[in-house]
Write a protein that binds this ligand. Structure first.
Ligand SMILES: Cc1cc2nc3c(=O)[nH]c(=O)nc-3n(C[C@H](O)[C@H](O)[C@H](O)COP(=O)(O)O)c2cc1C
Length: 357
C-alpha cells in the first residue's frame, strides 16, 4: 500500500492561510463549503468533463444503477440539509450523500466547538452530533433538485440514522419511517449505523436492531415500484472478525453495499487533539490518518463478499489512492476532509486518476 502524497501548491497554501485566519471558527468554515462549491466556476471549478472517468454502478438484483461523472462522491456530513445540491457538482464530484438525516430536527451536541483541525496530520475532529433539519424537509429539498442532478450524472443519496435519545421501540419505528421517506426521493439510501459522537452506543454491533431494521427496509423495498440500492455505513474501528460477521449479516439481509467507513471514534486514538468538550472523548477523527485502515478493510471486504458494492471512505486525498482502491474492488470512493486541506481537491484528484486512464 502506498500512502500517495501531494505537494502543496500556491492555492493549497492560500487555503492554509484561510484556515489560519478562521482557526477559531472551524464550524463556520465547514458551513461555507456550499458557497465555495457554488462559486467555484469563478476559479476553474465545474462538472467533471473527462468521459473516461464516468462510471455506472450496477447491482446484481435489478436495483436502479448509479451514474457517476467520476467515482468520487462527497461523503455524508458535508451537506447535512440538502441545500444547493447541484452547486456541489462544480467541485468535480460524481455525486453526493446528503445528511445524515434523522426523523425530526436535531440541534446536535450543545458544546462548542464541535469541529477542530490538526494541521500536521491533516485530520478533522468532529462531534457535531447529527444536527439536521429532519428527513421530511431534507427529502423535499432533494426531490426538487434531483432531476437536474440526474441529467448531469450526479448521483444523490440520502444518509439516515436513528434518533439518539429515543426509547428502543420508538427508535426502530422512527428509523423505519425515516428510511421510507428517504427512499422515495434519493438515488440510494445510506444507513449510518456508526455515528460515534451522539453520546449513544453505536448500532452496528447491536445484531437484533440491525436485523429488525434492515429486514423492514427490505420488506418496504419489495413493495416499491423502483428498486434502489441500500448501503450501510460502518465504523472503521471494527476488528476484522467483527467486520466479516457484520458483512455476513448484511449480505443475508439483502443489503447492496457498505461504506467503509465513518469517522474513527476519537477516544481510541492518541493524537493531541483539540478538546471539543469537557468529556474530551465523544467524537470522531477524519482525514489522512484513516487511509491505511480504509485500504485494508476494502481488500478484506471485497475478498470475502465480492457480491457487495464496496465504497471506500476515510483519508482519501489523492487520485492515485482512488485508483488503488478501485483496483482492489471498490465501486467508488467517498471523500470529505481533503476539501479542507487541498484547494479544489477533486479536480486535482480527477486529473491524477485521468493521467493513468
Ligand atoms: C465535520 C464532519 C461531519 C460529519 N458528519 C457526518 C454525518 O452527519 N454522517 C455521516 O455518516 N458521516 C459524517 N462524517 C463522516 C464522513 O462522512 C466520512 O465518513 C469521514 O469524514 C471519513 O472521510 P474523510 O477522511 O475523507 O473525511 C462527518 C465528518 C466530518 C469531518
Amino acid at each position: 500500500m502506498t500512502n500517495h502524497d501531494y505537494s502543496l501548491d500556491s492555492s493549497d497554501k492560500l487555503l492554509a492561510f484561510g484556515r489560519f485566519l478562521f482557526k477559531n471558527h472551524a464550524e463556520f468554515r465547514h458551513n461555507c463549503l456550499g458557497l465555495y462549491a457554488k462559486l467555484s466556476p469563478l476559479w476553474g471549478g465545474g462538472l467533471c468533463e473527462n468521459e473516461k472517468l464516468h462510471k455506472t454502478i450496477t447491482f446484481p438484483n435489478d436495483c436502479m444503477p448509479l451514474n457517476l461523472r467520476t467515482p468520487i462522491i462527497l461523503a455524508a456530513g458535508a451537506n447535512k440539509n440538502g441545500k444547493g445540491i447541484n452547486g456541489y457538482a462544480n467541485l468535480g464530484l460524481g455525486g453526493i450523500t446528503v445528511g445524515t438525516a434523522t426523523r425530526n430536527f436535531r440541534a446536535g451536541n450543545a458544546h462548542k466547538p464541535r469541529v477542530g483541525l490538526n494541521e500536521f496530520n491533516r485530520l478533522i475532529h468532529n462531534s457535531m452530533g447529527l444536527n439536521n433539519d429532519g428527513i421530511e424537509k431534507i427529502s423535499l429539498r432533494v426531490e426538487n433538485q434531483i432531476g437536474k442532478a440526474r441529467k448531469n450524472n450526479f448521483a444523490v443519496g440520502i444518509s439516515i440514522a436513528e434518533s439518539p435519545g429515543e426509547e428502543e421501540q420508538t427508535r426502530v419505528q422512527s428509523l423505519i419511517e425515516t428510511f421510507r421517506i428517504a427512499y422515495r426521493t434519493a438515488d440510494y439510501v445510506e444507513v449510518n449505523v456508526s455515528c460515534p459522537n451522539t453520546g449513544e452506543s453505536r448500532l452496528d454491533l447491536k445484531t437484533d436492531f440491525m436485523k429488525t431494521t434492515f429486514e423492514s427496509f427490505e420488506n418496504f423495498r419489495k413493495t416499491a415500484t423502483q428498486k434502489k440500492a441500500i448501503y450501510a455505513k460502518l465504523s472503521p474501528d471494527l476488528t476484522d472478525r467483527q467486520l466479516l460477521s457484520l458483512l455476513d449479516l448484511l449480505a443475508s439481509l439483502n443489503v447492496d453495499g457498505v461504506i467503509l467507513g465513518n469517522t474513527y471514534p476519537s477516544e481510541k486514538l492518541f493524537y493531541s487533539l483539540p478538546v471539543l468538550n469537557s468529556a474530551g472523548t465523544s467524537g470522531g477523527i477524519s482525514g489522512r490518518p484513516l487511509y491505511e485502515n480504509t485500504f485494508r478493510k476494502t481488500i478484506l471486504a471485497k475478498k470475502h463478499f465480492s457480491q457487495l458494492s464496496i465504497v471506500a471512505c476515510g483519508g482519501i486525498d489523492h487520485g492515485l489512492k482512488v485508483k488503488d482502491l478501485l483496483n482492489e474492488g471498490a465501486d467508488f470512493v467517498q471523500i470529505y476532509s481533503v476539501l479542507a486541506f487541498r484547494w479544489m481537491a477533486v479536480l486535482k484528484m480527477n486529473r491524477e486518476i485521468g493521467q493513468l486512464t
